[in-house]
Design a protein around this ligand. Structure first.
Ligand code: SAH
Length: 518
């Protein structure tokens, strides 16, 4: 019997990807087809199965919307083919989201459907700006209203006159940026006090969130002078002032800062997560790509040929690709039994943990020199058989250092790195908007960055923002290229870099506290 299709109308929440419900996320992970638009955070799509068909039904810059009829038709056709379809919608599907039109069309076509609620923009904005929608002493009712009816002649009209007269009320206005002047005029003319507290929250729940609290009289001027753009939501009512005390989100140390990350994309997730937590607007500008090497000798043969005492990893990639090769040979961590494992960096250690390996040795400082120095103090390396798992880089201070201590080092290349080719749009976006900081996590990120952008553009960008290097070797390369001031992370890890960035940005007025390398 043919599998029966189903459509889930899922609320994605207003922006922050973490605000989707557990149920919504599970449906997304199982979906065969996802229809999504601009308001749902596109990061959520990375949760989909690799063979999930993703169809964009929003508005491309400068292009037209996919019509509502076309969207509904797609939902029906995909479900008729027996697919599990998710219609991912910004906020809540049934609050100004046209979810009901889609649900009714599905019902008429005899398609099974479920509706999974989402955090609507009003709730998201209220929580993240610290402006409550109700309040025991001040507000007894909350009204969600659209300003869109102003331009949509077929929509039912909002009774602004009555709304203006309501006492002890919070008024939340959706879709109001282009209409706010006429809306506020109507409210004031109908009797709302000019001094009523009024706020606008742009990009609510995203790290680019901006909140302005003013009065209803000044609201449209505030929108204009601060160039507030959709999506933005207005909260009008007596609780606006609590933003000062309860507005936690915009107080994060790196809130709204644009931070460019040049690291290979497949290695960047932990960096993105850390930066995101601190409030930054992450600008991915990956300069490196990596891929699996096909070594001449199989791992099984290698381990039969040598009896290794130690195996040394210096990057997450090394671990990741080593295990990919193991898997390809239908082997696993048991191959390492009896062999000691050394790792540079906490990320490398964590990656090993994922495979059930607890490294025997991690140097205090995360550099090749430290590993050699500290390990040789602990262990007599003379005559020891060491397997060094690495990428395709030519010079390897680790191999040299271990060999100079008398170890017999066998290198095994498990991955190759090459220069990324960002598309024109990504490059234009990087050059046109101001960056607060650019992060370099290895010498090759520097070399590739300059190759991709050219010398002049690279220097113009870097000399106008904070340039942060993970360690001295990377900083050296930046200096050699002519970058005037380079900050170096004291701890040479991703965590260390993020901490350093917080320190620099928080204390940027306190120049003497910075570690600059001129
Ligand atoms: N179904 C959605 C609303 C869609 S209508 C929900 O429940 O939130 C689109 C309007 O929602 C925008 O014009 C804006 O007023 C509001 N909105 C959506 N996301 C927003 C965000 N991140 N910040 C501020 N307003 C947002």
């Amino acid at each position: 019997m043919k599998k029966k299709g189903i459509v889930y109308l899922v609320g994605a929440g207003p922006g922050d990807a973490g605000l989707i419900t557990v149920k919504g996320l599970n449906r997304l992970r199982e979906a065969d087809v996802v229809l999504h638009d601009n308001l749902a955070n596109s990061i959520l799509l990375t949760e989909c199965k690799s063979d999930c068909e993703k169809i964009f039904v929003g508005k491309e810059a400068g292009l037209h919307h996919v019509t509502q009829d076309k969207t509904t038709e797609l939902l029906i056709n995909k479900a008729k083919k027996g697919k599990k379809v998710v219609r991912l919608k910004g906020g809540d599907p049934l609050i100004f989201g046209r979810g009901s039109e889609e649900a009714i069309a599905l019902q008429k076509a005899g398609i099974d459907f479920e509706i999974i609620p989402g955090v609507t923009a009003a709730s998201g904005a209220s929580a993240y700006a610290g402006i409550p929608l109700t309040h025991r002493n001040l507000v007894a009712q909350t009204v969600f209203v659209t300003a869109h009816e102003q331009s949509d002649k077929t929509a039912p009209k909002v009774d602004w006159h009555s709304l203006a007269k309501m006492k002890n009320t919070t008024l939340v206005i959706y879709m109001g940026v282009s209409q706010i002047q006429s809306v506020t005029e109507k409210l004031i003319t109908a009797g709302m006090s000019e001094n009523t507290s009024a706020s606008v929250i742009e990009n609510a729940t995203l790290n680019s969130q901006r909140t302005f609290v003013t009065t209803i009289k000044e609201l449209s001027k505030t929108v204009e002078s601060n160039n507030v753009k959709p999506p933005a939501i207005f909260i009008i009512g007596p609780t606006g002032d609590s933003y000062k005390q309860m507005g936690w989100f915009e107080n994060k140390p790196l809130h709204g800062k644009r931070i460019v990350c040049t690291r290979a994309e497949d290695q960047s997730q932990s960096l993105f997560n850390l930066l995101n937590e601190k409030g930054t607007v992450v600008v991915p500008f990956s300069t490196i790509k990596t891929k699996l090497s096909i070594p001449k000798m199989k791992i099984k043969t290698l381990f039969l040929k040598h009896k290794f005492d130690w195996i040394v990893f210096s990057s997450e990639n090394g671990v990741r690709y080593f295990y990919e090769l193991l898997r390809n040979e239908i082997l696993d961590s048991r191959l390492l039994s009896g062999i000691k494992v050394a790792a540079i960096g906490s990320g490398t250690g964590k990656k090993l943990n994922e495979h059930g390996i607890q490294p025997d040795f991690v140097p205090k400082n995360f550099t090749s020199e430290s590993l050699v120095k500290e390990l040789s103090k602990k262990v007599n390396l003379k005559g020891k058989n060491i397997l060094r798992v690495k990428g395709n880089f030519l010079n390897d201070p680790l191999t040299e250092g271990l060999s100079s201590c008398g170890a017999k080092v066998t290198t095994y290349e498990v991955y190759k790195t090459f220069k990324a080719k960002p598309d024109k749009h990504t490059i234009k976006d990087l050059l046109n908007k101001k960056a607060d900081a650019v992060l370099f996590t290895s010498m090759s990120t520097v070399t590739n960055f300059f190759d991709i952008l050219g010398n002049n553009k690279s220097l113009a960008l870097l000399n106008n923002s904070i340039t942060l290097a993970i360690g001295p070797v990377t900083a050296e390369e930046l200096n050699r290229r002519g970058v005037k001031k380079v900050c170096i992370s004291k701890v040479h890890t991703i965590d260390g870099m993020v901490e350093e960035l917080v320190r620099i940005i928080t204390y940027s007025k306190d120049k003497h506290k910075l570690v600059f390398k001129d």
